[in-house]
Design a protein around this ligand. Structure first.
Ligand code: KG4
Ligand code: ZN
Length: 370
């Protein structure tokens, strides 16, 4: 079957066309995957500004749809792109699509609604079923499919339980997975998400948004440490607590206090920024890895599945692989938000019969996976 997927939960407007088949062993082919990034717009705010993100989604959705339809060779709508048709009044002939999948949460409510309303209009115009998708499940299943060169997912008992660490700008969750569609949150952040910590500490250091890649790049410049470069060791919040929860706001505050007390010339020095970046990155990685390995041991996890934007971090990937011998790591472009992951998760929801009348689908900003 051919699925059109729409994802607008945060600051990227994403559309994809995915071909899916199989039940126990499901196979996917991504026919087109478009990400219309808003990074440049949000950069000056140092984070995502929801009203701006929603405005951009409204602008970008239709061109993104036309692009994926063209790119996947399902239809050819080039003439429509050049005519600049209006966003709410467009009428597109029905392409060869069987299902529409859309993210309903968790995420920024106004952004979610923009994608949902767009998907509803298409479902109504084309008389197609619409499946709601949980963004976090999208990350998990994208990791599972993306780590296989043929984009296959085998939903067999022998691969589970798995412990999933989903780390992004909005979420940090440890999820016990007993199979596709069988999840339990066993730990999560009590305040900031890990990606948010990267973004906010990067801003304190004067690095650009998004902070994760900026911190990783600065940290990579330090190959060995000399005494003067080492900043005060930063805290590893909740590292030794027996639960699987996280907390990152104290780390951010520790960085803020450290930098605040310094002279302007000192805190602008490249070596200082690089050393701080390395220490921030390591503090975040230490906590993520320790809690994830503990969960994997306690729950006898056969695999650890990493997903979400922070899972693109090379040091995290390298270090977790050294600690556990069965870590599922998707390619980096499958870690950050995209709509192909929503198409993949949408397919499994459709297999379970979760298509709803499009009228009933609504945004759920705080949706929890289960
Ligand atoms: O999953 P994602 O694209 O969007 C959300 O659902 O939030 O994740 C974005 C987050 C941002 O906080 C960004 O700084 C972080 O992922 N990120 C990284 C890296 N690439 C993206 N963090 C650390 N290292 C990276 N290489
Ligand atoms: Zn995400």
């Amino acid at each position: 079957m051919i699925i059109l997927a729409i994802e607008t939960s945060c600051d990227d407007t994403c559309a994809a066309i995915v071909r899916a088949s199989g039940k126990i062993r499901s196979k996917f082919k991504i026919l087109a995957n478009i990400i219309s990034s808003q990074v440049e717009i949000h950069r000056k705010w140092g984070g995502v500004y929801p009203a701006l993100a929603q405005r951009e989604h409204k602008k970008n959705l239709l061109p993104s749809l036309l692009q994926v339809l063209n790119k996947s060779k399902i239809s050819n709508f080039k003439f429509l792109i050049s005519n600049k048709i209006s966003n709410d009044k467009f009428q597109i002939p029905k392409p060869k699509i069987d299902l529409i999948a859309v993210t309903i949460g968790p995420g920024l409510e106004p952004c979610l609604w923009t994608g949902i309303n767009f998907a509803k209009k298409l479902a109504e115009d084309w008389n197609l079923p619409l499946v709601p998708v949980n963004h976090i499940e999208g990350h998990i299943l994208a990791s599972l499919a993306g780590s296989n060169p043929k984009l296959q997912i085998t939903n067999s008992k022998k691969n589970f339980p798995a412990v999933c660490l989903i780390v992004s700008g909005g979420h940090t969750q440890l999820i016990l997975m007993q199979g596709i569609g069988k999840y339990k949150i066993i730990g999560e952040t009590r305040d900031d998400a890990a990606g948010e910590c990267f973004d906010k500490t990067a801003r304190i250091l004067g690095l650009e948004y998004p902070g994760g890649p900026a911190i990783a790049a600065a940290a990579a410049k330090i190959t060995h440490r000399t005494g003067r470069q080492i900043p005060n060791k930063l805290p590893r919040p909740m590292l030794n607590q027996k639960n699987y929860d996280f907390s990152f706001s104290g780390l951010k505050t520790a960085v803020l206090y450290k930098v605040r007390g310094m002279k302007y010339e000192e805190k602008k020095k490249k070596k200082f920024i690089q050393a701080m970046a390395k220490e921030i990155q390591q503090a975040i990685i230490d906590v993520l890895i320790k809690k994830t390995i503990k969960a994997a041991k306690d729950y006898r996890g056969k695999t650890i599945i990493l997903g979400g934007g922070v899972a693109a971090n090379s040091e995290l990937r390298k270090q977790i692989k050294k600690k556990f011998n069965n870590v599922i790591l998707p390619p980096k472009n499958f870690c950050t938000d995209n709509a192909a992951m929503i198409g993949i998760a949408g397919y499994f929801n459709w297999l379970k019969g979760e298509t709803k009348s499009w009228k009933k689908i609504k945004a759920e900003a705080n949706l929890r996976i289960k």
